[in-house]
Ligand binder design. Sequence first.
Ligand SMILES: NC(=O)c1ccc[n+]([C@@H]2O[C@H](COP(=O)([O-])OP(=O)(O)OC[C@H]3O[C@@H](n4cnc5c(N)ncnc54)[C@H](O)[C@@H]3O)[C@@H](O)[C@H]2O)c1
Ligand SMILES: CC(C)(CO)[C@@H](O)C(=O)[O-]
Length: 305
Amino acid sequence: MKVYILGAGAIGSLFGGLLAKAGVDVLLIGRDPHVKSIGERGLVIKGIINEEIRVNATTSIPKEKPDLIILSTKAYSTEDALNSAKDIVRETWVLSIQNGIGNEDKILRVGGKAIGGITTNGAILKEPGIVEWKGKGITIIGLYPQGHNEFVEEVAELFNKAGLETHTSDNIIGWIWAKAIVNSAINTIGSILEIKNGLIKDNQYLLSAAMEVIKEGCRIALQNGIEFEVPPMELFFQTLEQTKDNYNSMLQDLWRGKRTEIDYISGKIVEYGKYVNLEAPMNSLLWALVKAKEELRNNVWRKGK
Ligand SMILES: NC(=O)c1ccc[n+]([C@@H]2O[C@H](COP(=O)([O-])OP(=O)(O)OC[C@H]3O[C@@H](n4cnc5c(N)ncnc54)[C@H](O)[C@@H]3O)[C@@H](O)[C@H]2O)c1
Ligand SMILES: CC(C)(CO)[C@@H](O)C(=O)[O-]
């Protein structure tokens, strides 16, 4: 199977590197200096494993279509990435392993065949060419919005052979929403207060606020016809326990002065609330506070305070 990783940063390079190590024909499509470093010294994956992997990498979109594109840009780059690759996306299987709501809809809009996915693996790009696999997790994939087929099973088998524990689901949209609802409570509160995930569970005020955010997201999802495989409240508590020592990824983006994916998490929950005439006061407030933090941090950053 020929696989392209479109948006080879932290999680995309982890998946691409492990697939390449397992003998899959992989091409990482990303940006310099990360791509340049891989070309010169190979891709280093450290943390859970310590491997230097030879894998092809490029900054340009090839003309030849692959069997599978794994989409791993940040959610705010999805549209641009798909448009830059639309000639090879059309009629090709495209698997999103991103966070947030709406990535797979964009794949369908440019004529791709969408496979949805969530992953709880954790990876960071330490420096160009070096990815740290911080946490071993699971990945769930399925035809988007629902169903599965032989190809999805083939992809899951490939991922499992590469050491990425992967399961298939007939209701991947339910998993995508459940994860987004969990992120809408943990990432926002954790980012605003700049605390580890575990403190949300340990502090009664934060826990009750987070639970209200989860309930609000569930009401909106259910009213939009989304069904859950696992109740988001249960996933929320599981996640807090499993990641209690983590600073969430949104907070890490803020600390790096990077844009966050808040528009595709809380912003989408507010948007889908409007479709069914449901207010989303908690998500609206948290969305505004994180957006303000993005701006204030940059301004403060610029003033050099
Ligand atoms: N990092 C993790 O542990 C993790 C875990 C689960 C889910 N996710 C999700 O996966 C997605 C990616 O996260 P990440 O941490 O890997 O982000 P990242 O910023 O490290 O990687 C994204 C990469 O895409 C590249 N890119 C953007 N537009 C491109 C384009 N048009 N062509 C080629 N490359 C392009 C960027 O340069 C960047 O290197 C996000 O939705 C994130 O929430 C990440
Ligand atoms: C599950 C999660 C919130 C753990 O930190 C992760 O999705 C993140 O950091 O975005």
